[in-house]
Write a protein of this length. Structure first.
Lengths: 113, 281
């Protein structure tokens, strides 16, 4: 359940931002979560409300943008999209893939008061 | 949770002297604090929720959610580079024989080069006690309810047990093939241990962990004659999620493959020494 630890990190970033940017309430949080980031979005949603209790984002709405996994297929020498790490290249079936994107988790946007 | 890193909720603590530990903490405090040799990670301050005025505004950010951990990991990594220290993050499921393999490794290394061990478990100092019995210096981190070590915890462990320059630091992570994958500790290499009493499909079931490993040790190979475990399939599965991963077959019990593992350690240590950048002043 490291989704909970991730929610705690989000809370920390929001609290820091509130101090820096001078707001008191976050009404909406938009995250970008990579398909290969190792995070279960359902678990993240579940943990979010609990982790935000008593924070500036206690009543915030959570929006999640799912970023597809990107990889470079070495045999095909072209960029492809993969949904999971154990998936082969959809064109040639090879597993010789270098992941190039969709591993990150970022906070994209905050709507604040 | 610790408000510095958001590492876990409640109760993670660090101990390297098992005479005194297990303090209960009901009170909130906004940072870890020291109790003798122990280190506790307490509850953060309650945030303030103020009903705002009605003007909403939009703030565009590109904040890495694990950025704080990444900064702690980078600080650890700088420390390792400065001392020419090879830090290894050992990850596996519970019961893969990680601690037994580590004890055997430490015994084989003997006085050949300096070592240090950080042991991560949810509770007990049993593993650190086993390590200390081999003569190696060890520090135990109890993560409490936490499911993984993070860069912050390891940084504090380094303050308590600074590894000697040129040493190999073994960080035995919490037995868990899921969460530790996401948390960089600043290690020079990540070593995943998979035992033959598990399934061949583990690398596919827990792809993030195997994708992030530099080396896979297939442990308990002395048991292969008694099992239907297909070791070639297990290795093929590991390569399926991580085409460049190195694999060694070992047995902590029979000693098979231990020489190759020690050679890998010596080579990796030589590279850490060669890449050393001593801090000035």
């Amino acid at each position: 359940m490291h989704e909970m630890a991730i929610c705690e990190s989000i809370r920390q970033i929001l609290e820091d931002q509130a101090r820096e940017a001078g707001f008191t309430t976050v009404t909406r949080v938009k995250l970008a979560i990579g398909a290969l980031s190792g995070v279960e979005i359902a678990a993240l949603r579940f943990g979010f409300d609990v982790a935000m209790q008593g924070s500036v984002a206690a009543t915030a709405r959570l929006e999640i943008e799912e970023v597809p996994g990107q990889a470079w297929c070495m045999p095909c020498a072209r960029a492809i999209t993969v949904a999971a790490r154990y998936e082969p290249c959809p064109h040639c079936g090879s597993y010789q893939l270098q992941v190039t994107g969709g591993e990150d988790m970022t906070i994209r946007e905050l709507e604040v008061v | 949770m610790c408000t510095v890193c958001g590492c876990s909720d409640g109760g993670a603590k660090l101990e390297h002297n098992h005479d005194h530990h297990h303090h209960d903490h009901d009170h909130a405090h906004d940072h870890h604090h020291h109790h003798g040799d122990d280190l506790h990670y307490g509850h953060g301050p309650a945030g303030t929720s103020v009903p705002g005025l009605s003007q909403t505004r939009l703030i565009q950010l590109e904040a890495d959610i694990l950025g704080k951990n990444a900064r702690y990991a980078a600080a650890n990594r700088d420390r390792f580079t400065a001392g020419g220290i090879l830090a290894l993050n050992l990850v596996s499921s519970p019961g893969s024989g990680k601690t037994t393999l580590l004890c055997r490794t430490l015994t084989e290394i003997g006085a050949e080069f300096p070592v240090a061990v950080i042991e991560g478990d949810q509770q007990t100092s049993a593993d650190a006690d086993r390590i200390r019995a081999t003569g190696a210096p060890a520090i135990q981190i109890n993560t409490g309810k936490g499911c993984h070590l993070d860069g912050h915890m390891v940084g504090h462990a380094l303050d308590h047990l600074p590894p000697a320059d040129g040493s190999v630091l073994f960080i035995e992570n919490v037995g868990n093939l899921v969460c530790p994958a996401a948390f960089d500790l600043g290690e020079g290499a990540r070593v995943a241990i998979l035992s033959v009493t598990e399934g061949e499909d583990k690398p596919l079931k827990y792809p993030d962990m195997f994708a992030s490993a530099d080396l896979v040790l297939v442990n308990k190979v002395d048991l292969l004659p008694y099992l239907s475990f297909d070791i070639d399939l297990a290795i093929a599965n590991a390569r399926r999620v991580n085409p460049r991963v190195r694999v060694l077959k070992v047995s902590a019990t029979s000693g098979e493959g231990i020489a190759a593992w020690l050679d890998w350690l010596r080579a990796a240590r030589a590279m850490a020494l060669a890449a050393r950048i001593p801090t000035e002043g």
